[in-house]
Design a protein around this ligand. Structure first.
Ligand SMILES: Nc1ncnc2c1ncn2[C@@H]1O[C@H](COP(=O)(O)OP(=O)(O)OP(=O)(O)O)[C@@H](O)[C@H]1O
Ligand SMILES: [Mg+2]
Length: 503
C-alpha cells in the first residue's frame, strides 16, 4: 500500500500544527519521523489515522483520495496507530483488549473469545510477538503491553502501522527485541512510520528519514548518509551538545540519608531490600538500573507516596519517614515522576493550574480562601518561557500540549521553586535533544546552587553524563557504587552491575 499526504494543514486556534505537509509512505519501508517537541508529528499521524480531520489538503491511498471521518475509517482503509500513550484496559486480558471494538461474535451474538484467542495466537506466531493471549494487561511489563498495541492494529489488518515514540518506555534489551518485530513487519510488506527522539535508533531502524520543524517538513535523508550530529542540527536548527557540561562538584552536608529501607511487594518479596544511600548537598547521585529493579518503589518511598516497611529517611537532618508528600514538598523536595500522565499532571486542567498543582496552598498564591489566579497565571507564563514549554497560552488544557511539552511543564514546575533536594525520575523522557540539553543544564545548576540531586534513569548515557556518583540497583538492592568525580566511570562495569554480575 502506498500512502501520500498532500498539502496537509491543521490548526488549533492560533497554532499551525501542520503546515502544508507533503509526505510519502511506502509499503515494505520504515519511515523515520523526527522533530522537536511540538513540531507536529503526533498531529500529522493523528490525521493520517483518522483521529483528526485536516483543515486543508488530502490523503491519497494508492493514488485515490480518501476522507476519514473517524479512526474507524482509518482502520477500514488499513491504517493503524500505536499511540504515544498506551490505550489498553488494565483489567482485561490481552485477547480481550485486542478484540475490543471489533469482537468476533458467535451464534446469538455471544462474544467468541475462543476464536479471538486463536486469531491472536496466529498473529503472534506470524510476527514473532510472543504474547500470552490470556495474560492480564496490568500484570505485563510495558515492553509486552506495547506488543499488545501492535497486536491490536494487526488484528484489524493494518497495512500501514504508525508507531508514535514506541521506544520511550522500553529497556535497551526490549528495544532490540522490538526492532526485530518492526523488521519482520516491514519484510512482510507493511509500511511503518516510526517516531522517536533517540537519534541512534532512528538511524538504525529507518530506511528513510523525514524531519519536521514548526509544522513543516524541513529535511529528508538517507540514514546511511546521516549522523546523530547532522540529524540534531536538522531538527533544532543549531548544533546540539550531547555531553553534559559541568564543573567538579562541591559536595557539602548530607541532604538525604536513607538507612536500611525495606518494602515488600504484593507477593511478600522485597521490592526494596535494605536500601541505604546518601545524597549530599551539591552533588548529583544517579541511580542506574534496568527498569523494574526497585527504582520506582524507592522514589515513591522517598517522596512519601508509599510508607516503607522498615528503615528511615532523613531529609535535611529531619526524619521524614512518616511525613506526608506535602510536608516533604514544603521542606523543599522536588519530584519529577517517571510517568507524567499518571502522577505528574492533570490533563484536563490548564497549564496554569498544573503549574501550581502542588503549591496552590502556598501563601504567595493565597488570598484569603481563594487562590490568586492572576499571580498563578503570571508565574506559569514565566515558567513556560524559561523551560520553552510551547503553548499558545497558559489557559490551554495541559492534555493538549505535545507529549514533550507536557514533560517540560512538569519539570519546570518542580525545578523553578526554591528547593533543597531534587528527585527526578526519567527527567527527559520524550524530550527532543535540544530540550534534553536544557534540562540537564538546569539539573546541574540546581546542584551548583547547593541542592542534592537524585536522578533515576534507564538511559545509561544520561546517568553517566549527569552523575558525580553512580549507584546501581538490581532486584531491590544497591549492588554497586561508582565515583565519577575523578574521571569517567567504566561504562561496561556499570552495565555488568546492572545485569546483576556482581551478585
Ligand atoms: N487537541 C489539541 N488542541 C490544541 N492544540 C493542540 C492539540 N493537539 C496538538 N496541539 C498543538 O499542536 C502542536 C503540535 O503538537 P504535536 O503533538 O503534534 O507535537 P509532536 O511533534 O508530536 O511533539 P512531541 O515530540 O512533544 O510529542 C503543539 O503546539 C500542540 O500544543
Ligand atoms: Mg508527539
Amino acid at each position: 500500500m502506498d500512502v501520500e499526504l498532500r498539502g496537509i494543514t491543521k490548526r488549533f486556534g492560533p497554532v499551525v500544527a501542520n503546515d502544508a505537509i507533503n509526505l510519502h509512505i511506502r509499503a515494505g519501508e520504515v519511515l523515520g519521523l523526527l522533530g522537536e517537541n511540538g513540531a507536529g508529528k503526533s498531529t500529522m499521524m493523528n490525521i493520517l489515522s483518522g483521529l483528526y480531520t485536516p483543515d486543508e489538503g488530502e490523503i491519497l491511498i494508492d493514488g485515490k483520495s480518501v476522507t476519514f471521518e473517524d479512526p474507524g475509517d482509518g482502520i477500514a482503509a488499513g491504517i493503524g496507530m500505536v499511540h504515544q500513550h498506551f490505550m489498553l484496559v488494565p483489567v482485561f486480558t490481552v485477547a480481550e483488549n485486542v478484540v475490543l471494538g471489533v469482537e468476533p461474535t458467535g451464534r446469538f451474538d455471544y462474544l467468541d473469545l475462543k476464536t479471538a484467542r486463536k486469531q491472536v495466537r496466529e498473529i503472534n506466531d506470524r510476527y514473532g510477538l510472543e504474547v500470552d493471549p490470556d495474560a492480564l494487561i496490568e500484570s505485563l511489563p510495558v515492553g509486552i503491553q506495547q506488543r499488545v498495541e501492535i497486536l491490536k492494529v494487526l488484528f484489524r489488518s493494518a497495512d500501514v502501522i504508525i508507531l508514535d515514540e514506541p521506544t520511550a518506555v522500553l529497556t535497551p534489551q526490549e528495544v532490540e527485541d522490538f526492532f526485530e518485530i518492526v523488521r519482520s513487519l516491514r519484510d512482510a510488506g507493511k509500511a511503518i512510520v516510526f517516531i522517536t527522539h533517540k537519534l541512534h535508533e532512528i538511524l538504525e531502524i529507518s530506511d528513510r528519514i523525514s524531519v519536521l520543524r514548526h509544522g513543516r517538513i524541513t529535511g529528508e535523508g538517507d540514514p546511511a548518509k546521516l549522523t546523530t550530529e547532522t540529524l540534531a542540527e536538522m531538527m533544532v536548527g543549531r548544533p546540539v551538545s550531547f555531553a553534559v557540561d559541568k564543573a567538579a562538584p562541591k559536595a557539602g552536608a548530607p541532604m538525604l540519608t536513607v538507612s536500611d529501607l525495606c518494602l515488600l511487594d504484593e507477593h511478600d518479596d522485597f521490592a526494596l531490600d535494605h536500601v541505604s544511600l546518601q545524597v549530599r548537598s551539591g552533588e548529583v547521585v544517579g541511580i542506574a538500573g534496568v527498569q523494574g529493579n526497585g527504582q520506582t518503589e524507592l522514589v515513591e518511598a522517598l517522596t512519601g507516596l508509599t510508607r516503607p516497611a522498615t528503615g528511615t529517611i532523613l531529609f535535611d537532618g529531619q526524619d521524614v519517614t512518616r511525613s506526608s508528600v506535602r510536608e516533604r514538598h514544603r521542606m523543599g523536595m522536588a519530584h519529577v515522576p517517571e510517568d507524567r500522565l499518571r502522577s505528574g499532571m492533570i490533563a484536563s486542567f490548564s497549564v496554569a493550574e498544573n503549574m501550581v498543582l502542588n503549591s496552590y496552598y502556598d501563601p504567595t498564591y493565597g488570598r484569603g480562601l481563594e487562590i490568586d489566579w492572576p499571580k498563578a497565571q503570571t508565574t506559569a507564563a514565566r515558567y513556560c518561557i524559561d523551560f520553552d514549554v510551547r503553548t499558545p497560552s497558559v489557559f490551554l488544557p495541559a492534555g493538549h500540549l505535545s507529549g514533550g511539552n507536557q514533560q517540560k511543564m512538569v519539570v519546570a514546575r518542580e525545578l523553578e521553586r526554591e528547593t533543597k533536594l531534587v528527585i527526578a525520575s526519567q527527567p527527559t523522557r520524550g524530550l527532543d535533544v535540544g530540550s534534553i540539553e536544557y534540562i540537564h543544564e538546569r539539573l546541574i545548576e540546581a546542584r551548583d546552587e547547593g541542592d542534592g540531586v537524585l536522578i533515576v534513569s534507564s538511559e545509561l548515557d544520561e546517568i553517566m553524563g549527569l552523575s558525580d556518583r553512580i549507584l546501581v540497583m538490581f532486584e531491590g538492592r544497591i549492588v554497586a557504587e561508582f565515583d565519577a568525580t575523578n574521571g569517567p566511570v567504566d561504562r561496561n562495569a556499570v552495565g555488568l552491575a546492572m545485569a546483576g554480575a556482581s551478585e
